[in-house]
Design a protein around this ligand. Structure first.
Ligand code: FES
Length: 168
């Protein structure tokens, strides 16, 4: 095993044959196009759901660009994630109506119950907490989006029920 392979965590997409194939395909298809870094990152984010630090190094080496360039793009755009998302996602609407109606209290409740911050995933890989912009359901404020389902008029004391449902 080479030094580089040893440094790649076991669960990294680079260590999974089918995912590594997707990464290599994205690189191959875009490497000679203008804006190759962005094109490759976009494709990998869309297909795999994140671009880990190891993947960033691999992409930089494959495209023959500085690692800092790839890392810079990933950190600049919030669209790119560096860790895999949980099986379920709970998004909190930070639009004005929801904010005023009490989304910050809901966020606090969720953080407290799950012991993670916004943008993080529970250690068991089940739930990711995220923020989102107005989802067009302002009359239902405060709103959270659980996976694809919009849930409105949610109060912190009802949040445990939401969590229970998500956790099955
Ligand atoms: S502000 Fe939250 S749905 Fe519009």
């Amino acid at each position: 095993m080479t030094r580089r392979q040893r440094e790649i965590p076991e669960n990294d997409p680079l260590n999974k044959e089918n995912l590594k194939l997707l990464i290599d395909q994205a690189i191959l298809e875009n490497k000679d196009r203008p804006g190759a870094v962005m094109l490759v990152l976009n494709e990998i984010q869309s297909k795999i759901g994140h671009v880990s630090p190891c993947m960033q190094v691999y992409i930089a080496q494959s495209l023959k660009v500085p690692q800092g360039q790839v890392h810079g793009v990933v950190t600049f755009y919030s669209f790119f994630k560096t860790k895999p998302k949980g099986k379920h996602t709970i998004k909190f609407c930070l639009g004005t109506a929801c904010y005023v109606a009490g989304v910050p209290q809901l966020i606090e409740k969720a953080k407290q119950m799950l012991n993670i911050d916004l943008g993080e995933t529970t250690p068991d890989g089940q739930i990711t907490l995220e923020e989102c912009r107005c989802v067009g359901a302002c009359s239902q404020a405060p709103v959270v989006v659980v996976d694809e389902e919009v849930q409105g008029k949610l109060r912190p004391n009802k949040f445990p029920q939401v969590l229970k449902k998500v956790q099955g």
